[in-house]
Design a protein around this ligand. Structure first.
Ligand SMILES: [Zn+2]
Length: 255
């Protein structure tokens, strides 16, 4: 078991211990400890959720509109504060502070259903959202402009190739061409990237920096810890169609 797992196991057992004490009628100390734990969480820990297409295709990463709605409502009911990519970055770079229980929602690949994602997340719940879009994404330039009105439109490479399998020149062109494409359409700066398939390596990081990318997001991770953040691979948590609310809560809470 790695150190991260050790820490998560310790933190989870500590939280269960504190809650058990509170149930046994010893709230004075126990609840004080719980508040300290909550304050530490809200200081540095941000679960960054990665969604893909929205619909009824039944594939692992295609979440239904109903499940997405239920998950957004869970965030509301459990006191989470969705933040924008800008707020995330300000907090990560010391320019701003996180609200309590922050969470960030993102959407990858520019599927046509990203509009449905935006309608629910931004339109219905009023959450900020970020969109990582390719040149080859199956949405039009007009639709990309629409997405930029819902939230930040950021890079996901030109053709969604696995960057770890490319040489430096191709890594650079994949990122730079995508950044230029999106900036030309939206008129907004592209300073962030999501690695396709979460795949990256040292030369890809160099290429991203050379292209003017400030921070890059990965996949298959736990919550981002702003107190020890690797800005070249900010972890995100994959949202899957088979998640029930218990799984979703575990992913968001991290224990
Ligand atoms: Zn992707």
């Amino acid at each position: 078991m790695c150190r991260v797992d050790d820490w998560r196991a310790f933190r989870g057992s500590r939280r269960r211990y504190i809650l058990a004490l509170a149930r046994l009628g010893v709230p004075a100390i126990a609840l004080g400890q719980l508040q300290v734990a909550a304050a530490q969480d809200s200081y540095g820990r941000v679960p960054v959720l990665a969604y893909h297409s929205i619909g009824y295709g039944g594939t692992a990463y295609e979440v239904t509109p109903e499940l997405l709605t239920t998950e957004c409502q869970w965030l509301v009911d459990n006191g989470y504060t969705p933040i924008s990519l800008g707020q995330f970055w300000d907090a990560a770079t010391g320019l701003g502070k996180l609200p309590s229980n922050p969470v960030m929602l993102s959407n990858d690949d520019g599927w046509p259903s990203c509009v449905n994602f935006a309608d629910i997340v931004v339109g219905r719940f009023g959450f900020p959202a970020s969109f990582f879009i390719n040149n080859v994404s199956p949405i039009s330039a007009d639709q990309i402009v629409t997405m930029s009105q819902y939230g930040a439109v950021q890079a996901h490479t030109a053709t969604h190739r696995d960057l770890a399998g490319l040489d430096y020149d191709n890594q650079l062109s994949e990122i730079a061409d995508n950044k230029a494409y999106l900036e030309q359409i939206t008129g907004q700066a592209v300073s962030f990237l999501a690695w396709p398939n979460g795949s990256s390596n040292a030369s890809a990081v160099q290429a991203a920096t050379a292209a003017g990318i400030a921070g890059s997001f990965g996949l298959h991770g736990v919550a981002a810890d702003l107190t020890s953040l690797d800005t070249s691979y900010i972890p995100r948590i994959m949202m899957e169609s088979g998640d029930d609310l218990n799984v979703f809560a575990t992913k968001v809470r991290g224990w």
